[in-house]
Design a protein around this ligand. Structure first.
Ligand code: PGA
Length: 257
């Protein structure tokens, strides 16, 4: 059985003090998390990683970052390495988020390099893929997914790939309040799993986890999580309050346990 994974992507929100407060609230909510069934990951901004990591000591919640650079170290002003993320307490890192692709020049090639370094350093990458509205409307959803997967995962063995979490995030559903319907999401997830089976094997594809992201809220979580190929969620806006993020985790747990 694939373990469900719910990750909160806090984006460019929360000062250190605010981040500590929300992490403390979630730690109290999940002091007894059924970790056989579900994993919970918080992805604050770089500035809050260390402090949130300290708060999470003794809890079942993991820490992740929102991006990383692929070089080990060097004169790369403004960048952060895998070693630095691990030092700050991270075990996960989001790679290739559509906002990075859209605003910061992230490409399949940089995504591929970042994943490679993350894997070699023992961080679990969360690889984000997904189509824009124009791509969906012109009938190109599946070819975009294939492009993101085949280039993002180029050169990895099945063993490597199984350590990667895929996040299907239709760009038109991110931060817009427009969620993909459970059927639309399931269709894309099944396609992704089928494509992973072609790249690797049916067994590997069955072991790989595919999260859905894009306007996940407490009231749409259950229907999304009931879909057979949806193994969790990458949550933006609704991860910014203890109440809504805790509600999402609880709904996912109810469906998946
Ligand atoms: P959203 O963001 O839940 O606010 O739509 C999701 C994401 O960007 O990961």
């Amino acid at each position: 059985m694939r373990k469900t994974i719910i990750a909160g992507n806090w984006k460019m929100y929360k000062t250190i003090g605010e981040a500590i407060e929300i992490a403390n609230g979630l730690k109290r909510e999940f002091f007894q998390l059924d970790t056989q069934v579900i994993e919970v990951v918080l992805c604050p901004a770089f500035t809050a990683l260390s402090e949130v990591s300290e708060v999470l000591v003794g809890s079942e919640i993991s820490l992740g970052a929102q991006d990383v650079y692929w070089q080990e170290e060097g004169a790369f002003t403004g960048e952060v390495s895998c070693k630095m993320l691990k030092d700050a307490g991270c075990s996960y890192v989001i790679i290739g988020h559509s906002e990075r692709r859209q605003y910061f020049g992230e490409t399949n090639d940089s995504v591929n390099k970042k994943i490679k370094t993350a894997l070699s350093q023992g961080l679990t990458p969360i690889l984000c893929i997904g189509e824009t509205l124009a791509q969906r409307e012109s009938g190109n959803t599946f070819s975009v997914l294939e492009d993101h997967l085949s280039h993002g995962l180029a050169g990895f063995s099945a063993e490597d790939a199984e350590r990667i979490v895929i996040a299907y995030e239709p760009v038109w559903a991110i931060g817009t309040g427009k969620t993909a319907t459970p059927a639309q999401a399931q269709e894309a997830h099944a396609y992704i799993r089928g494509f992973l089976a072609k790249l690797y094997s049916e067994e590997s594809a069955q072991r790989m986890r595919i999260q859905y992201g894009g306007s996940v809220k407490p009231d749409n979580t259950s229907d999304l999580m009931k879909q057979p190929d949806i193994d969790g969620a990458l949550v933006g806006g609704a991860s910014l309050s203890v109440e809504s993020f805790a509600a999402i985790v609880k709904k996912a747990l109810e469906v998946k346990k």
